[in-house]
Design a protein around this ligand. Sequence first.
Ligand SMILES: Nc1ncnc2c1ncn2[C@@H]1O[C@H](COP(=O)(O)OP(=O)(O)O)[C@@H](O)[C@H]1O
Ligand SMILES: [Mg+2]
Length: 557
Amino acid sequence: MNKIISKLSQIKNKKEYFHWLFIYSKPYIPKILLVMFFNIMATVISILMALLSKKIIDSAQGGNIILWAIGIYLLMIFVNVAFTIANGVVSIMLNERFSFGIRKQVYEKIINAHWMDIKKYHTGDLMTRFTSDAGNVADGIVNTIPTIIELLFELIATFATLFYYEPLLAIFAIILAPIAALISYAFAHKMHKYQKKVQESESAYRSFVQESLANLLIVKAFTIEDHSVDKLTNLRDERFKWVLKRAGVGMASSSVLNMAFQFGYIAAFAFGAIQLSNNSITYGTMSVFLTLVNRIQAPIISLASQLPKIVSIFTSAGRIIELEEIQTEEKQMTNIESNTVGVKLQDVSFGYNPKDIVLDNVNLDIKPGEFVGIVGESGIGKTTLVRLIMSFMNQNNGLITFYNEKDQHEAANASTREFISYVPQGNTLFSGTILENIKMGNMNATDEEIQTAINMAAADSFINDLPMGVNTVIGERGHGISEGQAQRVAIARALIRKAPFLVLDEATSALDENTEIKVLEGIKKLNPRPTCLLITHRRSVLDYCDREIKIDNGHIY
Ligand SMILES: Nc1ncnc2c1ncn2[C@@H]1O[C@H](COP(=O)(O)OP(=O)(O)O)[C@@H](O)[C@H]1O
Ligand SMILES: [Mg+2]
């Protein structure tokens, strides 16, 4: 019973995959058909060439050389080459466009998905899905599926031609096709399993490379270079193992098929030879028979060899569908005026998992324009509180509401991020110039606004000392400037947003006390004064706050 259910759900899955593949391919169908047309024309011409050669051979045996036939034969070679070239050009374009189409959707999905859901995946895994899996699907739609249709066409056309001349021989040649289909089907399940393992081990491998390169300094600091190379080799070996297994199944399936067809060919050959010795057929017929028998078997064998590709389309489609099923963040347009906003938490509870509650029935009201300092020991839930206010994740219970002085309300959602300027913990700069980084806070900021933000973040002195100033190029995660400098750039990036609510998560931890106080004083003097949530460990900073709250053991005091 269970087996039947799992079989049924597999079928439902396949239907869903087909539907998904169809939706994706729809815009490209005309181009795909064009490619198929080129290929089918090439097949038609090959068949005509075989028939023409029969005519040439037969009449040569009769002492006649038909020059026009040879001429047409040559012409057909040229036309065939032309079709092949046209096909190549169109299919390269198609492949590029299609694979980018999928990648763009995958990227959009990842960018717009719930942060918590997407963070469950390693960046390396997401990259594998974005590149390799999307590539497999694109290649499948653009190349494999049309190839299969063409091969089927070739098979039917050749079979029909052969059947017209010699029905028995045609049946001889094709009798093994259903057996081939069964053999392939039997192997497909195993292949799917191995293909999945191949993609998973590819993900693990890429994740490791990406992470160790991003943390090169740690690798060096702990002198684990050799260990890292070993680990890389191990991960590669793991992938290699699955690739071999997949190849093994592929080989087994194609060898069985190949052998089956060799027998078919020998049978057809023997049958033809007997006919020839009886003088019931001509040499020309014999030659065209053998060509056509070959031409029937070739597509069947090619069809069988498409099996691993079909399996890989479905496996990769499954991995992409998995991402697509992640919920997209809901954005409710905010209707409240937002010169100044406060935020209210009512009975809010949250845990990253049900067993570990980080915040337990928390009530907190941060009033518009208020400076609130948050303290609490490391790992207690300060950043978690910020993430809830930022709607990076949803509370398990309770309400989080933004409100303004006119008492207009808006429940926290992805759109209420509009109200917030956020300076996260740690280094969060992008590679590029300092200016590009700051402008991320507000793409439309004027030069004057940028300069004001830089001054307020106390970043002016060090930026002015750089030979290229704001146009200085920094590397990944702010490589090339100090941590305290990176923090000031991140503060400028937040300030330029001019949002009414400012969140600083240990954002001034790498600044000296004087600079830190200078930055905070500047923010306090802003008009209108932003609401400010400041996470800090420093007493001196707390003196600047209107109120201090402490998180301990899931509660707020
Ligand atoms: N993404 C996450 N998944 C699971 N647990 C997390 C995650 N982020 C933080 N935690 C846990 O939640 C608790 C609070 O973390 P956090 O809010 O970052 O503390 P801090 O007060 O130092 O900012 C910690 O016990 C931490 O282990
Ligand atoms: Mg924190």
